[in-house]
Design a binder for this molecule. Structure first.
Ligand SMILES: O=C(O)[C@H]1O[C@H](OP(=O)(O)OP(=O)(O)OC[C@H]2O[C@@H](n3ccc(=O)[nH]c3=O)[C@H](O)[C@@H]2O)[C@H](O)[C@@H](O)[C@@H]1O
Length: 431
């Protein structure tokens, strides 16, 4: 016979087992007996619920009072100041993931030309948060304020839109990394799906609605073999959960465009690299290991084929992002209602010149003047794809996107930054 607990809490969430209603009734009568006892019990329960609710609200208010890292007159003043536009026809942009690699570069570029920029970042520890803090100082020095918070915090996002009428949102906050998705799958759902929806909900309700430009990924092409990858190619064979969440993001943004009239531009970035980059990426971790005299693992594909990536330099990506903001077109909705069709666009932002991973290593050796200890390993089945190669003609036509930095030149700039940031001490980087 099922226990009372099993009866009261059905095993399938969201589905109540109606056929058990009779049994529940029986338990209920056994517990509560006569009508007067039932009345007393009901009174007791109402009093209990009321005191529980007031206690909850007390705990919530006081914890907000003691722990809130946002809110208040001074905070709002900083946000408004940071969002101020200093050129004619400029924009005020909310940049999510502003302390991240691409986010910090895009924020600086926008500020430099006179646009208003407010950043938001949760400073999580997926990689060394001190690098994110250093990027934050860089932005602060240019007058850009970064709110410390998560895009899943709907109240915070709503407050930001209440404080500033953002014309654009540059959404770059995400759980990045292809292989880490096997270790921590839920962080991808949290940031790339739940966080995206929370942000879009705020954008759709904002008055006026902003235009949204956001980071998708070259990984949506998954196991495709036809090269170069074009925007119209199939994207239904993701090789990693990361890729699947980015693909989901493309579908989710499409529905917000369709239902609410949000102007949406999705950018499929191809392995972005450069100064202030991400330490989890191969070019960065290879540099660290080569300098420390440690071996590096170089993956190889089927039949020992070299893996290749369409490595794209950060300055080119920034131009693509800014070009997307400039050409995004307006959202049409207001009060959460669509008033007409709005643009929905997707662009590849790559270099359209793939380079193999062993060649990447040789270039690093040349710039670092240190030999690498290569360890060739068969590519594990962990979400990697053998190659990427972008067709960028659409971005060229619509955004004027034209990458100008080849991998050798870009890596030289990266190595120069790396050595100035981490230092160089007899082949051992400080860190
Ligand atoms: O283009 C993209 O969409 C993606 O680009 C990168 O993903 P990935 O291309 O895998 O970049 P890396 O992690 O730097 O790897 C580059 C190449 O080096 C290889 N690799 C990586 C790590 C390693 O230890 N050894 C190694 O040979 C990988 O297999 C891959 O072929 C980013 O990490 C993703 O966040 C981004 O979305």
């Amino acid at each position: 016979m099922p226990s009372l607990e099993e009866e009261l809490f059905p095993s399938t969430p969201g589905k109540f087992k109606i056929d058990r209603a009779h049994t529940m009734n029986r338990h209920f009568h056994r517990c509560f007996g006569s009508t007067s006892t039932m009345f007393l019990w009901a009174l007791f329960l109402v009093a209990l619920t009321a005191s529980y609710l007031s206690f909850q609200s007390f705990v919530y208010t006081s914890s907000r009072y003691f722990t809130a890292s946002w809110g208040g007159i001074q905070w709002e003043k900083q946000i408004r100041h940071s969002a101020q536009i200093h050129r004619s026809n400029g924009m005020s942009v909310l940049v999510t993931g502003a302390a991240g690699f691409v986010g910090s570069h895009v924020s600086l570029a926008l500020k430099k030309r006179g646009d208003g920029v407010v950043g938001i970042d949760n400073f999580n520890n997926y990689y060394d948060p001190s690098l994110k803090r250093a990027r934050k100082s860089l932005l602060n020095n240019q007058g850009i304020f970064i709110v410390e918070g998560d895009i899943n915090d709907a109240r915070l996002i709503a407050k930001l839109f209440d404080t500033v009428a953002f014309t654009h949102v540059m959404h770059l906050a995400a759980q990045a990394g292809v292989r880490y998705a096997m270790e921590n799958p839920h962080s991808y759902v949290h940031s790339n799906i739940a966080g995206l929806v929370t942000l879009l909900e705020a954008c759709k309700s904002a008055n006026p609605q902003p235009s949204v430009v956001w980071a998708s990924s070259s990984s949506v092409y998954g196991l495709n073999e036809k090269v170069p990858f074009s925007e119209s190619d199939r994207t239904d064979q993701p090789a990693s959960l990361y890729a699947a969440t980015k693909k989901a993001g493309e579908e989710i943004t499409h529905t917000y465009n369709h239902i609410y009239g949000l102007s949406i531009t999705g950018l499929r970035f191809f392995t972005v690299y450069g100064p202030w980059g991400r330490p989890d990426m191969a070019y960065f971790s290879f540099t660290r290991n080569i300098l420390q005299g440690k071996p590096i693992t170089v993956y190889r594909g089927k039949d020992r084929a070299d893996l290749a990536r369409d490595f794209t330099f950060i300055d080119d990506i920034v131009k693509g992002c800014v070009g997307s903001l400039d050409t995004s077109g307006k959202s049409t909705g207001s009060g959460g209602k669509k008033r007409g069709p709005a643009p929905y666009r997707i662009f590849n932002l790559g270099n359209t010149s793939p380079v193999t991973v062993p060649t990447l290593v040789s270039l690093l050796e040349r710039h670092l003047k240190v030999k690498a200890k290569r360890n060739f390993v068969d590519m594990p089945g962990n979400g990697d794809v053998p190659f990427t190669h972008a067709n960028i003609s659409l971005a060229h036509r619509e955004l004027g996107y034209k990458p100008t930095t080849d991998l050798a030149t870009g890596l030289k700039k990266f190595v120069k930054w790396y050595l100035s940031y981490y230092g160089y001490n007899h082949g051992k980087a400080v860190n």
